[in-house]
Design a protein around this ligand. Structure first.
Ligand SMILES: [Fe+2]
Length: 329
């Protein structure tokens, strides 16, 4: 009998935790909508850049087998006069050199000359690991990486780990010009079922004679809201959309048995609803409306099925994201 009581108590306890999570989900989603309603940013004034290059240093696919791949993101972004490192990868196996360092060395990229670090959001696949997420740190590798005292722009407080001291963090939530022709579009909130309230920033780069190129980390904000925000900030057309949009439909990149972890943690719906085919179709429709000339979806948080939908929808305007394959706009 005591055993039966223990099982009953356990079942009730799990049920109550689940119920609390469901209530939190609905309240959180309502709060996010209210917050978004109150946000009306003014136009941003910035110059333009003559050229833009985005070189994936970490992502799920690579053309060269000598490069490391993982379900994380780090992109080297260069304009004529500014060099940015956006996110620092996952480093799931806690290696030194990390995939970020290994790939940078292979590709002949020096991280010393970067002007600033841009952390899109504080999730493990963008800040260098699970421990980093728990401790609110970021690590470029699990060994010493000397960095100068460059700025680090992040949507929430985060500190450099003891492996890469030097940079100084500035939390930015409002849209802000970070360098000539380069801005953060400001934080857009999303309430995720498992991960909870998440703030994410994206970059908007104003390319001369072309328009705005948006570079996105994980896309938890939703591409619909990212486009809406970008249009509020700039009069220029949206020329390019590059990065993660979080569509792990079917198989995700992080699976435990048959459980698609990215689908479970990255949704603001009940777990059995998750992220579906219709969400991908809706996103494609929203992107089509702004008619970008360059679309590239990160494979780190989107499935091959979703990537294929984007390929079919945007044809020759679609570009695969692959470690070491530079995208020049
Ligand atoms: Fe991500």
């Amino acid at each position: 009998m005591p055993f039966l009581y223990a099982v009953l108590v356990l079942v009730v306890l799990v049920g109550l935790i689940f119920l609390a999570k469901v209530i939190q989900l609905f309240i959180g989603n309502k709060q996010v909508l209210q917050e978004l309603d109150q946000l009306h940013p003014e136009k941003l004034s910035t110059g333009t850049v003559k050229k833009l290059s985005v070189l994936p240093l970490v992502d799920f696919y690579a053309g060269d087998p000598g490069l490391k791949t993982e379900a994380g993101v780090s992109y080297l972004i260069q304009t004529g006069d500014t060099k940015i490192l956006m996110d620092v990868g996952f480093n799931k196996n806690r290696e030194h050199p990390s995939p970020l360092l290994h790939n940078s060395r292979k590709l002949g990229v020096s991280l010393q000359g970067i002007d600033f670090l841009f952390i899109s959001h504080r999730h493990l696949d963008h800040i260098g690991g699970m421990q980093e997420q728990k401790k609110k740190l970021f690590s470029l590798s699990q060994g010493k990486v000397e960095l100068p005292a460059i700025p680090v722009y992040a949507p929430v407080p985060i500190s450099p780990s003891s492996w890469n001291p030097g940079p100084r963090v500035e939390v930015i939530n409002q849209p802000k010009v970070l360098a000539n022709g380069i801005a953060s579009i400001g934080s857009i909130p999303r309430n995720l079922f498992i991960l909870g309230y998440t703030l994410e920033n994206s970059l908007a780069i104003r390319v001369e004679n072309k328009g705005i190129v948006i570079v996105i980390g994980c896309g938890h904000q939703t591409i619909e809201r990212i486009i809406e925000r970008t249009q509020e900030l700039f009069d220029d057309p949206i020329y390019g959309i590059i990065g993660g949009l979080h569509f792990p439909v079917g198989n995700g990149r992080i699976m435990i048995g048959s459980i698609n972890i990215q689908n479970l943690v990255g949704s603001d719906k009940l777990p059995w609803k998750g992220i579906r085919e219709a969400d991908v179709a809706h996103a494609i429709q929203a992107i089509r409306r702004v008619n970008p000339q360059f679309v590239a979806l990160s494979p780190h948080d989107s499935s091959d099925w979703s990537i294929d939908q984007f390929r079919k929808a945007f044809k020759d305007r679609y570009h695969d994201i692959s470690v070491g394959k530079e995208m020049v706009l």
